[in-house]
Design a protein around this ligand. Structure first.
Ligand SMILES: Nc1nc2c(ncn2[C@@H]2O[C@H](COP(=O)(O)OP(=O)(O)OP(=O)(O)O)[C@@H](O)[C@H]2O)c(=O)[nH]1
Ligand SMILES: [Mg+2]
Length: 432
């Protein structure tokens, strides 16, 4: 499929490298581009002359689509379609991203998320059509002929159904996370922009997949975390056991961020990112071979997104050090020191310095807590003691006449849970 890229910026020079990567990721071959620096034209987005130029180029090069790296409103999309040769699709940045997501969505959840995003994209357009047609200002707007208010209702209904189903899936996942925590796992998540190298690092950090007794507990443990030099290679979520030092760690790889995503699209994929937002520690991966300004911007945006939802410590990983020399690395490290005070620089590809990263993960995971619990002797007491054995490092158990003292160390959340289990035993239970 051939496509032409079109991009307008208010000022400065238009940079089309990212949109070209996105187009490639969606399966297009980019055969040309038309760019312009000027203020937005309300009717066409670009200036009329530029659109003429675009139409000529489109006709000459025989393309299926024109991909705009701009936000197009429904009117602009329609008007552009009228100006271009028939059969040429007008695609904007967001439909393109949705297209990629749609092609890659493999799980039920990913498919639902894509559907949700598509419907949310369509809704304001359907509303616009309805209201336009109602006022009879532009009958047959967008070639739809008779306006159909039921389409709008239909979209709303579908959105609500999908939300319900996603909610059910999320509940199951939350339950699974909870089980993992209860079995003593710390959850570490990889976050960062698409193509930063998250999946490559995942393969370095994760233990060879051992199909163990946890298999049933972790149905999404996956032996393959793909990586490819194109955007949005990973859409779903992969969780694997990590080779850590003293902790049992599960590492999760998931979808990458991308700049300038509209709110509704981010929202639609919110639950995929839940794995990141609920983690005990986040590895924020950046491609250190990017220009330093770009890294800075990506870090700022990532921090905004992550800190809004999670208090977990963030370890910044400067990845792809094999692509920069020592001097450049030092310069970038210094330039980014305010945003990433103590980053770990690695090459996920060569495995260079990955050991140091594992040490950091171990050091920065929230500390285990020491606890001494006195449990009253009831029928349930022994099951609580055995739960603590399963989930904590038990130092000592002392059986008294009518109580049991358990001395142990565990993750903060396990300590919390054991306290609440203890207090459920009887009102007399107390923390010693
Ligand atoms: N030179 C070099 N290339 C790397 C390194 N790590 C990853 N890459 C390459 O960068 C590209 C993207 O890597 P991925 O691991 O797929 O990136 P990702 O962050 O998972 O990307 P998404 O799944 O799209 O979010 C691939 O071509 C990798 O081979 C590295 O340390 N050095
Ligand atoms: Mg990936």
């Amino acid at each position: 499929m051939n496509a032409i890229i079109a991009k307008r910026v208010d000022s400065g020079t238009p940079d089309t490298s990212e949109i070209i990567d996105l187009a490639r990721a969606a399966g297009y071959t980019v055969v040309g581009e038309v760019t312009q620096t000027r203020t937005e034209d309300p009717a066409l987005g670009m200036g009329e002359g530029k659109v003429e130029e675009l139409a000529v180029l489109t006709a000459e090069t025989d393309v299926e689509a024109v991909i705009f790296d701009n936000r197009l409103d429904p009117y602009q999309t329609y008007n552009l379609g009228q100006k271009l040769p028939t059969g040429v699709e007008v695609i904007d940045r967001f439909t393109l991203i949705l297209d990629i997501f749609g092609q890659r969505a493999q799980t039920r959840k990913a498919q639902l998320q894509v559907e949700l995003a598509e419907l949310r994209y369509e809704l304001p357009r359907a509303e616009a059509k309805t209201s336009l047609a109602k006022r009879e200002e532009r009958p047959g707007f967008m070639g739809l002929g008779e306006y159909d208010e039921s389409r709008e209702q239909d979209i709303k209904k579908q959105i609500s159904n999908i939300r319900d189903e996603l909610e059910r899936i999320e509940k199951t996942e939350e339950h699974r996370r909870q089980q993992r925590r209860e079995s003593g796992f710390d959850l570490v998540a990889l976050a960062g922009y698409t193509n930063a190298g998250k999946s490559t690092l995942m393969r370095q950090l994760a233990a060879d997949l051992d199909v163990d007794e946890n298999e049933e507990l972790h149905p999404d443990l996956d032996s393959t975390a793909e990586s490819e030099d194109r955007l949005f290679t990973t859409l779903g979520t992969t969780t694997r056991k990590m080779e850590a030092r003293r902790r049992d760690v599960l590492l999760t790889d998931t979808v990458g961020f991308i700049s300038d995503l509209p709110h509704w699209l981010v929202e639609s994929f919110k639950s995929t990112l839940d794995q990141v937002y609920r983690a005990d520690l986040i590895l924020l991966v950046v491609d250190v071979s990017d220009p330093v300004e770009e890294i800075r911007e990506k870090l700022v945006t990532s921090h905004d997104t992550l800190y809004e939802r999670n208090e977990a410590p963030i370890v910044t990983v400067l990845n792809k050090i094999d692509k920069v020399d020592a001097e450049e690395l030092d310069e970038k490290r210094a330039a980014l020191s305010a945003l990433a005070p103590n980053p770990v620089a690695v090459s996920g590809q060569d495995g260079e310095n990955v050991d140091a990263l594992i040490d950091r993960i171990d050091a920065d995971l929230p500390d285990w807590k020491h606890e001494r619990l006195v449990l009253p002797m009831t029928e349930e007491t022994m099951s609580v003691v055995s739960w603590i054995h399963d989930n904590a490092q038990v130092n000592d158990v002392n059986y008294g006449d009518d109580d049991v003292l358990v001395d142990f160390e565990a993750r903060p959340t396990v300590v919390e849970q054991s306290r609440s289990k203890a207090s459920d035993l009887s009102p007399a239970a107390e923390s010693a």
